[in-house]
Design a protein around this ligand. Structure first.
Ligand code: BMA
Length: 746
């Protein structure tokens, strides 16, 4: 039996070897890495993909930066250079290939790459994919790959010091602020919900790509038209070829014979899909995906193949002047969509530590909470493919920022060219995802420049001010939309928000970050008045649950005034505001645990008021994206889910608050106004059951018939609250419960 098995395996191997395979081969190079601090002798084992902090931690060379106040003790890491090395062998088969590219999907950030002692790459942008032709340098045995990561602080020091002024970057609490000059995740330099840990390392996959004749380097699927009967698609292929020859390209049962020429070739193919199924956002139907396989054959042998997954939908951003100002909403498949969702930040400070299952769990939780949109915020990263794949599959729309946040940026030519390459890399990588519906230039730079007093705070001269603003306009108003126009047809806005929350009239146009509650110390009721056309940020902080706090603070530090608890609160407004509002609404906490719990109840209370207010103004307002979905380390923050995946009380409420069909009660004096919001595209009809529980423990049931057309709202009669303690609202359609919500009255 054993012999037989071996025999059949041998036959299989021989058979497959006898086929002259010219398919391109990917050799994973993530194994065998070691690292050391430059200038020291000893090499230590390293994990790739990874970053220096997690390698140092795994080798017990630094304490855990997420615990206690250890973050402060590991700041030295950012000032050092780090070396990573590995060796690898190649089979004769691979070595015999005509072309070899060394590919880094991400290097963080200033990295000199040496292969067999030759400098093959000087990387300077964490967001780029690096592709280097190394055919001349490779050998069969003991190829030596060495990467020297240079400190971003040291690298930029001289330049920053010679500028004569400081760029704002108020997230950076450091003597020299380098972050605006470095194309690296801004939050790595500190934010008001995360530590400053300036990482370095091979943060995404590294591999060798070897091939003979030709390789597809990009496949873009453009939806040219979409009707009920037919979808017309154009497939644009970029193929690099080593010589002139003919290939057969096949996709969706359509073949074409194409003559490739040496170098880069661009080839167009047209296909169509009859009776296409559309891709629908969560709550509107199935997010149907089509697989578009593309195969390239030479003399009957497959030399390369790709498969794209696409979704057929139309999407538009509507910014029309109206009687009060200017709208801001998305139409998906022709219908105006109320965006229910959140702002997303990277799931860890140490990016490679985020596992596939973490993405699955988080996007699963987003769908479960009835969200239909996430904004990938501009102080983090362009996310990994898996993030967008999951959004595609789950009908979660993505508003994608470019990675610029809360500071002015340099405007010199080399900076601009670097950003251009980053934009091209990322837009090409992401543009086939149906989930992505919008590009946005940056986070808050325009409102900050116009309203936050940076000019006087940083003492800019008139000339400097005008240069900084000119540079801003050049990058976000001219260059970015210009590059995008060549790459993609989605909508683009320069910045979020487009309107500032200071003045009532500003709530009549554009996207809005409403921070009156929190940064402005407004009372929670202010959420009801301050509703803009599209709320792309608003939020209130809370603490994570006890087990997360226990991860970073010993029980002796369980006091808001302990150094550790203060250290894990990064907002300047601090713990005082949470304590103030928690005591106001839920009374003085009995002890530390009770405080943690009350902080979450308080956040939940605030967010409920905000979300209800936004939804009740549907038509004026078309989006409610709270700040912030998740965390990058354990600490106090605005998140709904902590860094370990623990859900806060606020998260548990979201499913009801964001329910596509919902009863929203609004208490005005001694009455409750009832509104049924229907965000679905179907009409809903049935009975609203009210269970009115009195203060003395009696329950009266009332029933109201309702009918709400698709994507509409219905105002019902008001209820008097006198003598009532609690009300249950239950929507029943065709005998089954569509929605339930309990309202506690004071
Ligand atoms: C907004 C965000 C973040 C910040 C949050 C809370 O400004 O864009 O910059 O973390 O508010 O202050």
């Amino acid at each position: 039996m054993r012999k037989l098995n071996l025999l059949s395996i041998l036959i299989l191997v021989t058979l497959s070897c006898s086929q002259p395979s010219t398919t391109n081969i990917k050799t994973d190079l993530s194994g065998g890495w070691t690292f050391r601090q430059e200038g020291t002798k000893e090499w230590f084992p390293a994990t790739v993909p990874g970053v220096v902090h997690t390698d140092l931690l795994a080798n017990e060379l630094i304490p855990n930066p997420w615990k206690g106040t250890n973050e402060l003790d590991v700041q030295w890491v950012e000032n050092e250079n780090w070396e990573y090395q590995t060796t690898f062998n190649l089979s004769t088969d691979i070595l015999a290939k005509k072309q070899h590219n060394l590919v880094f999907e991400g290097l963080d950030t200033y990295a000199d790459v040496y292969l067999n002692d030759s400098l093959v790459l000087e990387a300077d942008n964490m967001f780029r994919t690096w592709n280097v032709d190394v055919g001349e340098i490779l050998k069969a045995k003991r190829n030596h790959l060495l990467i020297r990561f240079k400190s971003p602080i040291e690298f930029n020091k001289t330049r920053v010091e010679s500028m004569g002024y400081e760029l704002p970057a108020s997230n950076e609490n450091a003597p020299i602020k380098v972050s605006p000059y470095v194309r690296k995740a801004p939050y790595h330099f500190g934010w008001d919900w995360g530590p400053r840990l300036v990482t370095a390392g091979i943060w995404r996959s590294v591999y060798l790509q070897s091939w003979d004749d030709a390789k597809m380097v990009d496949v873009q699927v453009i939806q040219q038209s979409l009707t009920k009967e037919r979808a017309e698609l154009q497939i644009v292929l970029q193929i690099t070829s080593t010589s002139n020859f003919e290939v057969k390209l096949s996709t969706m049962k359509k073949d074409s014979i194409v003559s490739l020429v040496e170098g880069m070739n661009e080839i167009d193919m047209s296909i169509h899909i009859d009776n296409p199924k559309r891709w629908w956002p969560n709550g509107w139907g199935e997010p149907h995906l089509y697989k578009i396989p593309v195969t390239m054959k030479r003399d009957g042998i497959v030399i390369d193949e790709r498969e794209e997954r696409i979704g057929l939908r139309t999407v538009e951003l509507i910014q029309d002047a109206d009687s009060i100002g200017k709208s801001f909403y998305f139409k998906v498949n022709g219908e105006p969509l109320f965006a229910r969702g959140a702002n997303y930040i990277p799931q860890s400070h140490f990016l490679p530590s985020v596992r596939k299952e973490d993405y699955h769990t988080l996007i699963g939780a987003v769908k479960e909470a009835n969200m239909n949109m996430l904004r990938v915020w501009g102080g983090g990263i362009y996310e990994n493919d898996i993030f967008y794949d999951l959004c595609d599959k789950n009908g979660i729309l993505v508003w994608q920022d470019f990675m610029f946040a809360n500071t002015m940026y340099p405007g010199d030519e080399s900076f601009i060219r670097n950003v251009e390459s980053e934009v091209v890399d990322n837009v090409k990588r992401l543009r086939n995802h149906p989930s992505i519906i919008h590009w946005n230039g940056n986070n808050e730079i325009e409102v900050a420049w116009k309203n936050w007093g940076w000019q006087s705070q940083f003492g800019y001269s008139k000339a400097d001010s005008s240069q900084l603003w000119k540079d801003y306009l050049h990058l976000f108003h001219e260059q970015l939309p210009g590059w995008l126009a060549q790459l993609d047809d989605r909508s683009y806005t320069t910045t979020s928000p487009l309107s500032n929350w200071g003045t009532p009239a500003n709530f009549n146009f554009g996207s809005m970050h409403y921070w009156g509650v929190w940064h402005g110390d407004d009372e929670f009721e202010a959420y009801e008045k301050n509703v803009g056309r599209f709320m792309s940020e608003y939020g209130f902080q809370s603490f994570p649950k006890k087990q997360t706090v226990a991860y970073y603070a010993d029980s002796s530090d369980w006091d808001l005034n302990s150094d550790v608890m203060k250290h894990h609160q990064k907002s300047y407004v601090g713990n005082g505001l949470i304590s103030k509002q928690a005591s106001k609404y839920f009374g003085e906490p009995k002890d530390f645990n009770d405080f943690l719990l009350k902080s979450q109840l308080t956040q939940s209370k605030a967010m409920k008021l905000a979300i209800d207010a936004h939804r009740l103004k549907k038509g004026h307002c078309w989006g409610s994206l709270f700040w912030q979905l998740n965390d990058c380390w354990p600490g106090a923050s605005w998140s709904a889910i902590d860094v370990f995946g623990n859900k806060k009380i606020f998260y548990e409420e979201l499913k009801t608050l964001f329910a596509p069909v919902a009863v929203i009660p609004k208490v005005v004096d001694n009455q409750i106004q009832l509104t049924i919001i229907n965000d679905t595209l179907e009409e809903v009809e049935g009975v609203l059951q009210l269970l009115l529980h009195s203060e003395v423990g009696e329950t009266v049931t009332e029933e109201i018939d309702f009918f709400v057309p698709g994507n509409d709202a219905l105002q019902l009669s008001t209820i008097r609250t006198a003598g009532l303690k609690t009300i249950d609202f239950i929507l029943i359609q065709d005998g089954s419960v569509l929605f339930e919500r309990r309202e506690e009255l004071k």
